[in-house]
Design a binder for this molecule. Sequence first.
Ligand SMILES: C[S@@+](CC[C@H](N)C(=O)[O-])C[C@H]1O[C@@H](n2cnc3c(N)ncnc32)[C@H](O)[C@@H]1O
Length: 408
Amino acid sequence: VKYDTRDEVFVAGARAWLEEIHESDITSFSWVLAHSPGYYPSTLRDLWLEELQRRTLAATHEPVGPVAAASLPVGHPLDYDWRFTEGARSTLLACLDQTTIAGEAIAYLGTPTLFAQAVSSVGDRRHVLVDANGPMVEALQAGIGANRAIQLRLGVEPPPPALAVDAAVLDPPWYPGDTLDFMEAASAMVRPGGVVLLSQPTLATRPGVQAERADLVATSGQLGFKLERTLGSGLRYVTPHFERMSLTAEEPGFPVSDDWRTGDLLVFRRTSSEARTLPRRTRADSESWREVSFGPVRMKLRGAGAGDLLKVDEGLDRLVTVSRRDPARDRVGFWTSGNRVRTLQSVEAVGSLVAMCENDLVHMTFTHSRTRLQAAQFGLDHRVADDLFEILLLEYQEHVAGGYGDLA
Ligand SMILES: C[S@@+](CC[C@H](N)C(=O)[O-])C[C@H]1O[C@@H](n2cnc3c(N)ncnc32)[C@H](O)[C@@H]1O
């Protein structure tokens, strides 16, 4: 389901953008995706095909690009884990270099990869990360060996007390409520005169961004921040494994480039000296999930939908969008880092069974018959054991193929 194509004005904007592209470039989908201001690839692809038809042009045949390897834990859709490209990290580090001086402190809210690079390459500033992603924070703590990475869910838990910084970089999930949670936390930390660098969706990301942006700037004013400048499409993201899997599930062989997603960089200055808060808001996505893993594969579990490991909707193996507005999400209780989704009721039993399977994987004894035997110990029937075995095997292979198989 493509929610953005239901908005006629948004679609007209995308068509107008495509119409402007020169004939020598329009036949290459890679070119169009690489220069797009952020349209979702499968939406862009449909409109691009229409545009080729209108101009009676044929598409250029292109090879699919290589996938990115990663040494950090694979991203999970529930963490909205879109990581910066090297270029985006350089842009942000250059901004921090201009706006802070030696000895000053910088907070990284939801920006773990930037934090990791800053810690290793900008030794004369102090750096602190606040992020909700447990496995990511643990991996960074293990690498850095200090408590400068704090695991905390902003908007649900209060920001760390007495954390005063001179600048902050924020990359919240791209929804207005989450962005305000992050801005409110920054308001409690950043000193007057300090800078906040915030990543936000471009106007092409989805319909309604323009109105959201106006609200954000107004509410940030109430929090004591003044927007100084906006760098349109100033940041780029590496296509995460879950998004690649969604796009190729929708259309096998879909030519997903490594860095099609782009974001606007907003630069705010703290103008007020008092910490300010906003009226309490209801949170859209505050359910608690338990996390388990199988080698590089991450799975989030909660009780939702009817039965164990059943399809959430007829024929639906993976979510084909990563949108929070997808109504199927309410019935998801088992969600992999490959964006495969199922219902789940026996959270404890399935969680324990996955832990046993992971132990078997490490000891090279992971087999179908052992999974069935162990399932019986937890009161789970053969069908659940069979389905889990198949999912774990498939996911493992897909993660390894995507460059996430390093268990060392
Ligand atoms: C869009 S990703 C940004 C990652 C960043 N681009 C990078 O490369 O470092 C969002 C990040 O915010 C974190 N996050 C999401 N919701 C959060 C919350 N409520 N509090 C703290 N961190 C959160 C996620 O774990 C994830 O690391």
